[in-house]
Unconditional design. Structure first.
Length: 317
């Protein structure tokens, strides 16, 4: 009887233990399922947010590049407005200014010169020449002879401007000084003093004395110097100037002409509109869903702390 009673009790205990184990297993499975579901929700939300972050970063760089480009185009537009306004005042009308600027653009493209630098140098030189009653045709001839020499000698934009500024001072004063010819022009345009002496039919020593005595007039020297510059440098140019610097200047000139023609505006507008659309991801459902589910998971079940590892791994990828 004792054995039978013991067997019955053991059987009951085993059944009870089995039932408890089944219940525990069911609870564990339920917990695991809930844990996985929440983890999956977090992962899905983070994936959406991760894509949003990537798009946001791309959008930022696109927008930053667009802002820089717009800033450059705005700065270029200001310079062009200054040139065109000055030409209009110097030449007497906006139509004459537009025609002259078109000629400058073609000239700069052919000789591989920077259009903005050419325009700024020309407006200052033309202002001095016109005020001194130098004919426009002669003004352009003198200017182009210096610019051609600058192209052949590959002078910097500053040296081109400096050379023409020296000529402008000569025209404004009427009388040419040694400082202007030998110093200001000669330092920026190599060989200018020797060419000036050759143009006047004298030696350099004789030219120096004539300058000291105030015998050289700008109206006499400059047309002759321009002719000599064309003989020395201009005749060496056949067709368009072909060099790396010329190509760089032509590329920059294309941008300048695009800004001057107003065509660049539509291009920048498309970039900015696209960047703005990308930045809207901040307010999208993927961001809200991510932070909502992440907050609920952390505050509602501390056992899901392992989800941090998943997020960290996603960040690294």
């Amino acid at each position: 009887m004792v054995n039978e009673k013991l067997i019955v009790e053991l059987s009951a205990d085993i059944k009870g233990l089995k039932s408890q184990l089944n219940t525990a297993q069911s609870d564990l499975q339920s917990f695991a399922s809930a844990n996985k579901q929440t983890s999956d929700n977090i992962q899905n939300s983070f994936n959406g947010a991760s894509d949003g972050i990537k798009n946001l970063v791309l959008g930022y760089f696109s927008l930053n590049a667009a802002i820089q480009a717009v800033g450059a185009s705005f700065d270029r537009a200001l310079k062009l407005d200054s040139i065109n306004s000055a030409l209009g005042a110097i030449l007497g009308s906006s139509e004459a200014a537009a025609t002259q600027f078109q000629q400058l653009s073609q000239f700069a493209d052919r000789y591989g010169l920077n259009l903005v630098a050419v325009g700024e140098a020309y407006k200052n030189f033309a202002a001095a020449a016109v005020s001194a009653n130098v004919p426009l045709e002669q003004t352009n001839y003198i200017f182009e002879s210096v610019a051609k020499a600058a192209s052949v000698l590959k002078l910097s934009n500053d040296n081109l401007k400096g050379s023409l500024n020296a000529l402008s001072q000569m025209i404004s004063k009427g009388t040419v000084s040694a400082e202007e010819l030998r110093g200001q022009l000669g330092e920026r345009l190599p060989g200018a003093f020797n060419l000036a002496a050759k143009a006047m039919g004298v030696t350099t020593s004789e030219l120096g004395k004539m300058l000291e005595n105030g015998e050289i007039m700008a109206g006499d020297l400059l047309p002759k110097l321009a002719l000599e510059l064309n003989k020395t440098f201009g005749d060496k140019i056949v067709g368009s100037v072909d060099s790396l610097q010329a190509s760089v200047n032509r590329l920059d000139n294309s941008f300048t002409n695009a800004v001057n023609g107003g065509k660049i505006g539509e291009f920048f507008k498309a970039i900015i509109d696209g960047a703005n659309s990308t930045l809207e991801v901040i307010e999208s459902d993927s961001w809200g869903e991510f932070f909502t589910r992440f907050g609920l998971a952390v505050t509602g079940n501390t056992a899901l702390a392992k989800s941090y590892d998943t997020i960290y791994d996603s960040l690294k990828t």
